[in-house]
Design a protein around this ligand. Sequence first.
Ligand SMILES: [Zn+2]
Length: 91
Amino acid sequence: MKPDCREAQAEVYTYLDGEMGFFRKWRMKRHLRDCPPCADGFSFESKLQQKVREDCVEDVPEELMVRVKTFLRQNGPTDPSADPTAGGSDV
Ligand SMILES: [Zn+2]
């Protein structure tokens, strides 16, 4: 493992959080381009973060869902058979 790798891996979460300065970000990107083992590791990390974000998005408050459905009913297609809230999801 190169010394750069140790440094890159220590900073991976800063990089993924987008809290990294321009120069350090640039160095990180350049290292990932030149170092496939690190790039593989980081693509896994970013997928992991994306997964966490998706899980958070799924946790939508019921009240918000009702408002979205009401909005769709008022602004969506006028054809009742095309109502996105009709049928489909029997809860
Ligand atoms: Zn590396």
